[in-house]
Design a protein around this ligand. Sequence first.
Ligand SMILES: Cc1cc2nc3c(=O)[nH]c(=O)nc-3n(C[C@H](O)[C@H](O)[C@H](O)COP(=O)(O)OP(=O)(O)OC[C@H]3O[C@@H](n4cnc5c(N)ncnc54)[C@H](O)[C@@H]3O)c2cc1C
Length: 347
Amino acid sequence: MSPFRLCARPELSALSYMRTRARAAWLIETEHVEALAEALSVPPLAGLPRLVLGEGSNVLFAGDFPGLLIRFRKRGLRWREAKQGVTAVEVAAGERWDRLVWESVRRGLWGLENLVSIPGTVGAAPVQNIGAYGRELHEVLEEVELFDLEEARHLRLKAEECDLGYRSSRFRRASGQDRWLITAIRLRLSSEPAPRLDYPGLREMLCALGGREDDPAHIARAVAALRRRKLPDPAREPNLGSFFKNPVLPADRYQALRNELPALPGWPQADGTIKVPAAFLIEACGLKTLTGRGCRISPQHALVIVSEPGAEGGAVLDLARRVRDAVLARFQVELEPEPAIVGGSWP
Ligand SMILES: Cc1cc2nc3c(=O)[nH]c(=O)nc-3n(C[C@H](O)[C@H](O)[C@H](O)COP(=O)(O)OP(=O)(O)OC[C@H]3O[C@@H](n4cnc5c(N)ncnc54)[C@H](O)[C@@H]3O)c2cc1C
């Protein structure tokens, strides 16, 4: 049996949660990086632009991609014995993120409970340092295992070496220039209760469900319920979650905006800057009902763009640009997209 599956001219609507129509030149799927290295060194794959793909929950195919998509499918979790209340777990990149979260809370471990229900694979999690409901991956990430696609070698990076920031890391690069394939990650989870319930509405939801603060599974259930209520379901309305990052502003800029928008929330960051909700700015521009060809701003959440199956990626990109331009013109704040944009350009 071949150690990889190779497909020419794959149709991409099933490979992105936005379901837009496009094609790549090639798709390769494997569980074996050595086989991958060999395939990449010879025609027809040698020298092609490359994009590593997980489940496509954060990738917009805005047009065709004249290169190679790589999917690393290896799954599996290895739990280490607990030492002084800390349990390490190693997880292969092709594993589903949400399976890891539920496994961890079932074991009574803390650290991932607020990150429940984020779609996608474990390998993609460090790429934008996934975060939700007051927690980010960097708080529990210890190490990332990588395969260097250019030099065909394995290496490990400590979390501190990954430049993890708000929805960013050293792994986010211009699409098509992927060099690093994340093959596994290692996390440290604690058995000491550490509930984080400050996120608006979370404590109330926990109470409403009759959940306890000292059980990470109860907190995960409360977060999952809040997410179901707030976000459109991608299975029914194709979407990539938040389409824009929340802008982070200098404190004086935030104050100036507050004069115009007294109700604008702000979350102070460790370096003195203030993060503001992009959804608030979008709604303040009156864009909540904005529509494009086969796509629109979700009536449920202004940060989400939903599309109809088979919509064109270019139309989604046009709609997003209209949002960015309107917010820029009105508030002089430039919104940045959160998903990777492939086969189209943003500026
Ligand atoms: C409904 C919905 C809700 C969401 N909510 C959140 C949220 O709360 N918080 C949040 O942070 N994100 C959220 N997201 C975004 C998304 O789920 C995450 O970014 C997720 O980690 C993407 O996983 P994926 O496997 O689908 O990656 P993909 O979308 O396939 O890829 C995302 C990026 O990671 C790169 N990549 C993927 N796998 C690897 C790998 N093994 N090695 C190297 N690079 C790789 C890709 O090249 C691409 O740049 C949401 C998305 C949706 C659709």
